[in-house]
Design a protein around this ligand. Structure first.
Ligand code: ADP
Ligand code: MG
Length: 224
C-alpha cells in the first residue's frame, strides 16, 4: 500500500454546542481523488478547511506528508492548492493580473498563464475586472489560479457550483488529469457525475461518515 499523503485521524469539530464533525478518519495517497458528498450542513466544508490546515480540529489530528498540517507552515502552503467556498478576489485586478500574482508568488513562469486562460475559457476575459465577470467565470479564474501553481494536494469546495455543464465536464477531466499526474485531490460536491471522477466517494451526514467506497459502491448503497 502507498503511504498516505494526507492523514486525518479521529477528527471532530464543534462550534459551541454544534457538532459539525464527529470522529472522521481519512487517508489520501498521492494521485488519489476523493469526493465528499452530503447534504448542506453535513460538514463537508468544515472537513475540507481542517484537511488543508485552515481550521484546527477540536479533537484528533491531521498530517500532511508525515508532519502536522497547518497553513502557517510555508512548506504546506507551497504544496497545497485550495479553492474554498467563497469567490475571493481583488476587485481592482484583472483576471490576468490575478494569475500573474499567483505565478510570481509561486515562482511559475508567466507564460503558463495563457494555457490556463484557454483551458478555463477565459482568454477573452483576461483583461476584465472581477466585477465584469459572471460568478462561473470568477470560479474559473480561481480554479485557474489553483491549477497554475505547483501542488501535491488540490482541495476544492463545490467547484462545480457556478459552472455551466460544459465547464463542469471539463472540470471532471481536469480532476482526472490531476490524479494521473500524481496530485492528490479532495473535493466536496453535490454533483454525482463529478463525484464519478473520484476513485473514492465519502458520504457525510450530520458530521459523520455514513458511506466510504468507490462511486459505484456508494451510489448503489445510496439507492442511485
Ligand atoms: P457543508 O459544507 O456540508 O454544507 P459545513 O461544514 O459548512 O457543511 O457546516 C457543518 C455544520 O457546522 C453546520 O451546522 C454549520 O452551521 C456549522 N458551522 C460551520 N462553520 C461554522 C462556524 N464557523 N461557526 C458555527 N457553526 C459553523
Ligand atoms: Mg460547504
Amino acid at each position: 500500500m502507498r503511504a498516505a499523503l494526507l492523514t486525518v485521524t479521529d477528527v471532530s469539530r464543534t462550534f459551541g454546542e454544534r457538532e459539525a464533525l464527529r470522529t472522521v478518519d481519512l487517508e489520501i495517497a498521492a494521485g488519489e481523488r476523493v469526493a465528499l458528498l452530503g447534504p448542506n450542513g453535513s460538514g463537508k466544508s468544515t472537513l475540507l478547511r481542517i484537511a488543508c490546515g485552515r481550521d484546527r480540529p477540536t479533537t484528533g489530528s491531521v498530517e500532511f506528508d508525515g508532519e502536522p498540517m497547518s497553513e502557517d507552515d510555508a512548506r504546506v502552503r507551497a504544496r497545497v492548492a485550495v479553492v474554498g467556498d467563497a469567490l475571493s478576489c481583488y476587485p481592482d485586478l484583472t483576471v490576468r493580473q490575478h494569475l500573474e500574482l499567483v505565478a510570481t508568488a509561486h515562482g511559475v513562469p508567466v507564460r503558463e498563464i495563457d494555457r490556463l486562460l484557454r483551458e478555463q475559457r477565459l482568454t477573452d476575459h483576461a483583461d476584465s475586472l472581477p466585477g465584469a465577470l459572471s460568478s462561473g467565470q470568477l470560479q474559473a479564474m480561481l480554479l485557474a489560479s489553483a491549477l497554475l501553481r505547483p501542488r501535491d494536494l488540490l482541495v476544492l469546495d463545490e467547484p462545480e457550483q457556478r459552472l455551466d455543464p460544459g465547464a463542469r465536464a471539463r472540470l471532471a477531466d481536469v480532476l482526472r488529469a490531476e490524479g494521473d499526474n500524481g496530485i492528490a485531490v479532495l473535493f466536496a460536491t453535490h454533483h454525482r457525475e463529478l463525484a464519478r471522477a473520484a476513485h473514492r466517494v465519502i458520504l457525510l451526514e450530520d458530521g459523520a461518515v455514513v458511506a466510504d467506497g468507490s462511486p459505484d459502491e456508494v451510489f448503489t448503497e445510496a439507492g442511485a
